[in-house]
Design a protein around this ligand. Structure first.
Ligand SMILES: Cc1cc2nc3c(=O)[nH]c(=O)nc-3n(C[C@H](O)[C@H](O)[C@H](O)COP(=O)(O)OP(=O)(O)OC[C@H]3O[C@@H](n4cnc5c(N)ncnc54)[C@H](O)[C@@H]3O)c2cc1C
Length: 485
């Protein structure tokens, strides 16, 4: 490629966010020049990679941290409903992508699997019953079953029942229509679709700096990691979808909106087993409640996974810590992200989150034996030799106004010429609504022309499916048929 190239749209990173945005923009603007710049040699290898996340299509069906208890004992379901609405948008786009040949086989990235909440002990059972009742009449949560009978528990989750004391009360909230998703494979398919249709994809290339020229275009300085050669790309619009590295890149772009933000990396470790005896006894994603003081994203769960056609079990996550912003990043990432504009906020967060720091220190002391002991809460008969530890991706949590946040945040410049996504939860499952949000913020003048195509991609666009049960039924059936769920 020449030393300087021009493109209409530059997407930094080929994770699920850029891959989704690139595929949507390819459909909306078939003639636009789009360039994806990815530092690794393939799409979807960082946080979006199959073993770097839990592969849960988060729809609020089973995650207890989305349904906290209010002081009066009632259950706040607002976040679960919001996450479900967001997931329905994603699910519709996936159905569109398969229907239009952008992805050939849904089984390459998505599998049906029950999503289940699990509690034990009288308090837990009481909470779960109230949670179930609070969601029972909601159209998006219909069909969930509340189960307390031990024999039924054992029939559905034999691995979790074996060796368990039947005298201790247990309860399940069983949502039959959940999904297990390989977001890395999905990113690869979406990037591949773009490449077949005119998008330039530069693997093994790292964006070092971003700066805005006087004419408003962005200049990206890029290094070829294989040859060491430098190149420059100018772009009218830039999306920074660099996962954990998004914050430093936005800081380097100099946009005022990035000032004041900080990032705190939290790594993850899973226990994994591919033993056929174990995988045969557990075909569900089962979520428990987070430990007191632990971040919501560390709620323990035992997941059945399908990756490259093989069955696996995953348990965790256990929190890990490293100052890197990418799994394959530099030890200096955290230190280099400290700026005059965010240092006060970082320090305030450091003092304010002492409980979290204590929790993380406790997690770092975990050994294989103590992790297996925690697993026994789910699998009472777990043996250390059946499980091995795998390092998951890095989540760079957003620090804003002296507080640590666990959601995703989109930052964009006032002129809409650059945007980026920070944070990681609910993460990949909400890639489509997040990227539609980027389009709304950055291309307000194009939304009128684009809306008919966007409606084909997401028929429920602009509506709350909770208020439109007939439309929900229609798009749900469409998605289930096309995605073979
Ligand atoms: C332990 C864990 C469990 C999770 N579980 C789930 C789950 O069950 N369900 C769910 O929906 N979400 C989950 N998530 C969140 C989800 O993985 C992320 O939100 C999502 O993958 C982020 O996608 P992304 O495209 O923003 O980032 P990434 O997938 O990290 O992609 C960013 C890309 O940018 C590239 N890059 C970085 N810097 C540069 C640069 N300077 N130049 C060029 N390229 C660059 C990287 O190589 C990478 O490929 C989990 C995350 C973790 C860590």
């Amino acid at each position: 490629m020449p030393a300087t190239a021009a493109t209409d749209i530059a997407l930094i990173g080929a994770g699920i966010m850029s891959a989704t945005l690139g595929a949507i923009l390819r459909r909306l603007e078939p003639d636009a020049s789009i360039t994806v710049i990815e530092r690794s040699e393939a799409a979807g290898t960082e946080s979006s990679g199959a073993w770097n996340n839990a592969g849960t299509g988060h729809a609020g069906l089973c995650e207890l941290f989305y349904t906290p208890q209010r002081p009066d004992g009632s259950i706040d379901v607002a976040k679960a409903v919001r996450v479900n609405e967001q997931f329905q948008v994603t699910r519709q786009f996936w159905a569109y992508a398969v229907q239009h040949g952008m992805i050939e086989r849904p089984r390459d990235f998505v599998h049906p699997i029950p999503h289940v909440s699990f509690v034990h002990g009288a308090h837990g059972v009481d909470y779960l019953r109230r949670r179930h009742d609070a969601l029972a009449d909601h159209p998006l949560f219909a069909g969930a079953e509340f189960i307390t009978d031990f024999a039924e528990f054992a029939a559905r989750l034999p691995l979790m029942a074996a060796g368990r004391d039947p005298a201790v009360p247990v309860a399940l909230d069983w949502a039959p229509h959940g999904t297990d998703v390989d977001f890395g494979a999905l990113a690869q398919h979406l990037i591949g679709y773009g490449e077949r249709n005119g998008t330039t994809v530069l693997f093994g290339h790292q964006v070092h700096t971003i700066s805005q020229a006087p004419d408003g275009r962005w200049e990206l300085n890029i290094g070829d990691r294989r040859t060491g050669q430098s190149t420059r790309i100018t772009a009218k619009f830039v999306f920074v979808g660099a996962g954990g590295a998004t914050l430093p890149l936005l800081q380097r772009s100099g946009i005022g909106q990035a000032k004041g933000f900080g990032g705190f990396p939290i790594g993850g470790v899973f226990l994994r087993s591919g033993s056929p005896q174990l995988t045969a006894g557990h075909r569900a994603k089962v979520y428990g409640a987070p430990a007191p003081g632990a971040p919501s994203t560390t709620a323990p769960h035992l997941d059945a996974r399908t990756v490259d056609g093989a069955h696996w079990l995953l348990f965790g996550p256990f929190a890990g810590w490293s100052p890197r912003f990418l799994k394959d990043g530099r030890r200096s990432d955290l230190a280099r992200s400290v700026r005059p504009g965010n240092v006060t906020s970082l320090l305030r967060a450091g003092f304010g989150e002492r409980e979290l720091v204590g929790y993380l220190i406790g997690q770092l002391r975990r050994t294989h034996a103590t992790r297996t002991q925690e697993l026994r809460e789910f699998v009472p008969g777990a043996l250390e030799q059946d499980w091995s530890a795998v390092r998951a991706g890095q989540r760079v949590q957003v620090i804003r106004g002296g507080r640590l946040e666990f959601d995703t945040t989109i930052i964009h410049a006032d002129d809409g010429s650059i945007a980026g996504l920070l944070g990681a939860s609910p993460g990949a499952s909400t890639a489509v609504p997040a990227m539609l949000d980027v389009l709304r913020r950055c291309f307000p003048g194009r939304m009128g022309d684009w809306t008919p195509t966007l409606r084909e991609m997401v028929p429920s666009l602009g509506t709350r499916l909770a208020d439109e049960p007939a439309l929900f039924e229609q798009v749900w059936r469409w998605g289930s048929r096309v995605l073979e769920l």
